[in-house]
Design a protein. Sequence first.
Length: 103
Amino acid sequence: MPTVKPARHPVMRVAQLSLGGVLIVGAGVMGPLPGPGGVFLFAGGMILILRNSHRAKLKWARLKRRWPRAGGMVDRVMRRQSALRRRARAKAAATAAKRVAVD
């Protein structure tokens, strides 16, 4: 049975959404500078926005359907429960197929 997470306080949610937006804008500013700093800022901003915005989650789901490899990689980095369940199911299916092939 899945556990229910407690709802975040609306002020904290808006603060985290704002911080995510600032990090993404900061990534654009850091982009021309040498080094990978902009990538980490962008990733942090995306994580904050995806965890706090329902609309962003819906758009992200559409993008993942279009580009599943990139979406799966980001889900693993974010340690999303859905990605962990999919990996466990795929692993169980692979071991079941291996058993059928051996028998």
